[in-house]
Ligand binder design. Structure first.
Ligand code: DLL
Length: 436
């Protein structure tokens, strides 16, 4: 089913007309209401009236996470605080978070876009949808909650954590849809199994809506196998909206972007210039309808490819390839570029290993060293050291083939690496720390 048939299936010419109208309004609004944007426009000698085509978007300045941090907490809001009905904040790893706000109209738009996205993934009013994202400043819990409700599902606001209780709720309420980070879905399956519950047979979860962190196709296959479910991906970020920016339809061939509310560009992250159609680049979003917190050309640091061909599902909106990396999560090990997703692809495909791993990067003298810690699966670790040595060697060789980097590999016992109910942290880079 298509939630918003008229808008999701618009002819591209009509869509672009709508985008331009909305872009002009947004540009005028930020110029009038947000001092940072006015300053940046003035510096470039730009007036809102100079934006007369979608190509003129390139004249506009980029917005970065630092701009948002520098204007903490409400400096980039375009409406008075009494019109803001909700704030959220993105999970900053260091320092102050980035704060975003929503008016009542923004909330309505957000709810509608999430309803659109969950419907696209296959949720219906017959579903019992358990939201295992944190309810709080993170946009995941509340964002999914209202859209699922709008789509008519029976929502179980379990929030993150309390893993055993999550399983109990799934059993007792007959949960059919799980909403969480992909790494938490794996952890939930593991805990269920430890309690003697087989997620494939004893639970009714048929569909997963996962997002909030990168995960590979190999990880998707692993989750689908452990749960006997269809695992779909959806993407979003607080600065732009939260969840609801894009999501997969039943064909899972890229995420449909809500282009009537956002313009997406892909740029070369070094030069800031647009990449050619079909080429990989950094995603940049401009909001078209947001009232409290409009953003102009927000640089996400997420890497993807945009495809404007019409999808088999009938939707005409552009699709973005699943995001498996960010410009800032690429590790440079002895001069070689390494993406954590490459390591995940190798590990998840190998027999005898669990999908839990951790990368430690250190520097000895002037040389970078990478250590990969991998958990073996239950029945692999039974004290046969020769076998383990052989497995470590095999992983090391496979990693070298893919990365051209020599990594130290250490197998660890099952259930020893940290799990979280939110976004997982797998890379620990100690190189810039004293003694690292
Ligand atoms: O993670 C919003 C969200 C919540 C999306 C729940 C989907 C589901 P932030 O906390 O601001 O917002 O983090 C945004 O997380 O720039 C990406 O790097 C990453 N990210 C989010 N979804 C995906 C995904 C939410 N499906 C940042 N695949 C983004 C890969 C993702 N990375």
């Amino acid at each position: 089913m298509i939630w918003d048939n008229d808008l999701e299936c618009l002819d591209r010419k009509q869509l672009e007309k709508l985008q331009l109208e909305r872009l002009k309004q947004t540009v005028q609004k930020v110029y009038d209401k947000v001092p940072l944007y006015r300053k940046q426009f003035d510096k470039k000698g730009l007036r809102p009236g100079d934006i007369n085509s979608l190509d003129d978007l390139r004249l506009l300045p980029f917005t970065t996470k630092d701009d948002l941090r520098d204007n903490y907490p409400f400096g980039l809001f375009a409406v008075p605080q009494e019109e803001v009905v909700r704030v959220h904040a993105s999970s900053g790893t260091t320092g102050k978070p980035v704060v975003v706000g929503y008016t009542a109209d923004d909330m309505e738009m957000w709810t509608g876009l999430v309803a659109r996205m969950v419907t696209m993934a296959g949720v219906t009013s017959k579903d019992v949808a358990q939201v295992a994202f944190g309810y709080g400043l993170f946009t995941g819990g509340f964002g999914l909650h209202y859209g699922l409700e709008r789509a008519g599902a029976t929502v179980v606001p379990a929030s993150g954590g309390n893993t055993e209780k999550q399983i109990m709720l799934m059993q007792d309420f007959g949960t059919t849809v799980l909403i969480s980070t992909p790494s938490y879905a794996l952890y939930l399956a593991e805990v269920a199994q430890m309690k003697g519950i087989d997620p494939r047979k004893d639970l009714k979860v048929r569909l997963g809506l996962f997002g909030g962190e990168p995960w590979t196709e190999e990880m998707r296959a692993e989750i689908e196998q452990r749960w006997d479910m269809k695992a779909t991906d959806n993407y979003g970020l607080s600065e732009v909206l939260g969840p609801g920016v894009s999501g997969e339809c039943q064909y899972a061939c890229g995420h449909h972007i809500a282009e009537d509310h956002f313009i997406v560009e892909t740029i070369n992250s070094d030069t800031g210039e647009p990449v050619k159609p079909g080429e990989e680049g950094e995603l940049v979003f401009t909001s078209l309808t947001k009232q409290a917190f409009p953003v102009i050309r927000f640089r996400t640091k997420d890497i993807s490819v945009i495809n404007q061909e019409q999808c088999k599902c009938g939707r005409t909106t552009a699709r973005m390839r699943k995001v498996t990396g960010r410009t800032d999560d690429m590790l440079i090990i002895r001069g070689v570029n390494v993406f954590p997703s490459q390591i995940e692809s190798v590990l998840v495909n190998m027999e005898g290993l669990s999908p839990h791993y951790r990368l430690n990067v250190t520097r000895k003298g002037f040389l970078d060293e990478m250590e990969v810690l991998v958990e073996v699966s239950e029945n692999t670790f039974d004290g046969r050291f020769k076998e383990l040595e052989r497995l470590e060697k095999e992983i090391k060789e496979k990693l070298y083939t893919v990365l051209s980097v020599n990594a130290r590999v250490r197998l660890v016992e099952p259930h020893t690496l940290e799990r979280t109910s939110g976004k997982s942290k797998r890379v620990y880079d100690y190189r810039n720390q004293e003694g690292g």
